[in-house]
Design a protein around this ligand. Structure first.
Ligand code: BDR
Ligand code: CA
Length: 316
């Protein structure tokens, strides 16, 4: 089955790996990329999305989106994790292509309305573009095929605060709207992505298998790897954003729990995601807003890594 997707992204080292998969996988039709602030500023995010498509020699529309969170004051981009240029501070060529004239939310609404029931939104950054698209077209939930979000954490704890994952923390108000909307959504959070570690030997295979993007993926990985060594004491990186695509194409590699999601928007726990399992009844209706969602609670890490390496070595 081919999946027609819009990839909403803040590239970002692990975003770049996922973009390489979206560009390469024969079962993915990449309709476009929409960009958001997050790992980098919005201009850098758009530059990197354009650059990766150009280097892969594919004409993929890129629509620029959210520059800031909906409500909260923006935190500075995490240059120590992704580099100030989002790709490990390696030297990058200039781009020759430009973003389309539509904004990211306009692009999402147009594409989904052009192919009702067919388009999957895969979002791997803060969720301002999806929240704005919902506002622009409130009937969007009935027209998308599905939504896959990399973000959040139920039992694993956070990676920015003790309870908040980065994409949720960067725009909790947008995240709350998206995770409580009445649409079919799967959340691929740290409970799954922390089970997956892309080790240096696997990365070497990817570099060798990617003649066009290999240098950027490999050199930016080296920077990201240093962060993981210092911060988490592991030799390798969690390919968070690639896991969203792995869920889309290989859902059997993940353990799912169904339930209602909430996001804390203010205070010490801002950005925390909460799951009310469908299997239990709760007295307070505030815990069951919108449709029930599919939440990844675990992943077969080695199999996910094998799928990533296989995808990027077979399809250069
Ligand atoms: C998420 O935050 C970003 O740093 C990554 O690109 C990923 O989308 C992981 O928490
Ligand atoms: Ca990301």
């Amino acid at each position: 089955m081919t999946h027609a997707i819009i990839f909403d992204t803040d590239p970002g080292v692990d975003d770049a790996q996922a973009i390489a998969i979206a560009l390469a996988h024969p079962d993915i039709e990449l309709l476009g990329m929409t960009t958001t602030f997050g790992n980098v500023t919005i201009d850098v995010a758009t530059h990197n999305a354009l650059l990766l498509a150009e280097l892969a020699e594919q004409q993929i529309p890129v629509a620029q989106g959210a520059a800031d969170p909906m409500v909260k004051t923006k935190n500075p981009p995490p240059g120590h994790i992704h580099g100030d240029n989002g790709l490990g501070n390696i030297a990058l060529p200039e781009t020759t292509t430009h973003a389309v004239s539509q904004s990211a939310p306009q692009f999402i609404v147009e594409q989904v309305n052009a192919r009702p029931g067919e388009v999957t939104l895969v979002a791997v950054g803060p969720l301002g573009n999806l929240a704005a698209a919902l506002q622009l077209d409130p009937s969007l939930p009935r027209k998308v095929k599905q939504v896959v979000v990399m973000g959040g954490s139920i039992r694993e704890g956070g990676n920015v605060t003790p309870v908040a994952e980065a994409n949720m923390f960067n725009d909790p108000h947008a995240a709350a709207r998206v995770l409580q909307a009445d649409w079919p959504l799967a959340l691929v959070g740290l409970d799954a992505t922390h089970r997956c570690v892309l080790d240096p030997a696997s990365m070497e295979k990817i570099v060798a298998g990617q003649p066009r993007l290999g240098r950027i993926l490999g050199e930016s990985y080296a920077f990201y790897r240093r962060f993981y060594q210092q911060a988490q004491g592991i030799d390798g990186c969690c390919p968070h954003d690639s896991c969203a695509l792995a869920w889309l194409l290989q859902p059997e590699l993940f353990t799912i729990q169904e339930g209602y999601l909430s996001v804390i928007t203010d205070g010490l726990a801002e950005g925390q995601t909460l799951l009310a399992p469908l299997s239990r009844e709760f007295v307070d209706s505030r815990w069951s807003i919108g449709a029930a969602k599919q939440v990844c609670m675990d992943a077969n890490g080695p199999a996910v890594i094998e799928w990533i390496v296989d995808t990027l070595t077979r399809n250069g």
